[in-house]
Design a protein around this ligand. Sequence first.
Ligand SMILES: [Zn+2]
Length: 403
Amino acid sequence: MNKKKLSQFIREIPKCDLHVHLDGSLRVPTLIELAGESNVNLPSYTEQGMYEKVFKGTYKDLPDYLQGFSYSISVMQTPENLERVAYEFAWDNINEGVCYVEVRFAPQFHVNRYMTVEDVVASVCRGLDRAKKEYNSGVSVTGGKKPEFEYGIIACAMRAIFPGIADYFDKFMLVHSYSSASRVGALASYELVLAMIKVRDMGYPIVGCDLAGAEYGFPANDHKDAYSLAHRNFFKKTVHAGEAFGAESIFQAITDLYADRLGHGYYLFSEDMITDPQITDKKDFISKLVQYIADRRITIEVCLTSNMQTNPAIGSLENHSFKKMLEHKLSTTICTDNRTVSMTTVSRELELAINHFNLTQSQIKNCIIYGFKRSFHPGTYNEKRSYVRKIIDFYEEAERKFL
Ligand SMILES: [Zn+2]
């Protein structure tokens, strides 16, 4: 397929994004406008300036990459702003043919004097629902030409909390001042899951939990109790793992946190990233872990551009471990991570994957359909099945048109 035809094909097929952070996906003009209204200081008040200073396309490392979030989170502190950001986010996805998103964010970053966790989630859902209703009542959906837009919310707990990270966490640390930092982090995650159970039972589509933030030095099993609570309450689980640390972090995500999916998994195959002295045969450990992930169909949320930005040492995309994931027949889905911070879209990520890893038509199809199949769809199992069936039909129709 030539370049033009490929981008038309990608435009046409139904797509999903299972790993995308709301606070990393704000429209830049909106960020500037809301910062002006909320008296938030930005390093620049022009779009170009923000692209030069914050959303740069290339970054030194993960901490550099994460800087932009402080600005976006600062403007997402009122119900109106959260609703607007969520509404625009939904339309940005719809406009490129992404019909299913699992959008994630850390609700505790937005709790303040005026908003509880329930208010935060309700505001985001208002924005997403408004876009969903507008689109789904449009003629392309009602006329059966396009699949309807659907979404779920993944609540992020934070691997590490430290002073100044957010008002909520500062207060949390203050009232637990006799506990260690890791214990306070674990308690905050547990509190989040308790809140999510309540909010989900109020009817909001909270479909799963995630663990985000700095990975190295902050082990997943600190959050074991929170994830166990989530597990016992039928939440699905994903964990950022193997983004800045290796196979042992992925192992913890699966064994201690019951991960159904893995965010990134980039360092899965890297023997040199294993530091646990008890793992003496690193090759054997990785081989068994890979087999387990493959066999259990634990899906890896691959974010190519984001990985290149947070790990510049990868050099070129061809060196990305996605190649090995394909060789080992792992279940993968292509995601953006952050539409604005990574300056990307689902279509662009798919195009990169197809062009740089020479994906065959059946590999492309598997990757797309696996995303929908391994999604944490908010409906019943039968509803999910019929949605996925519909997606496959739309996909095959696009195949007939283009292939
Ligand atoms: Zn992420």
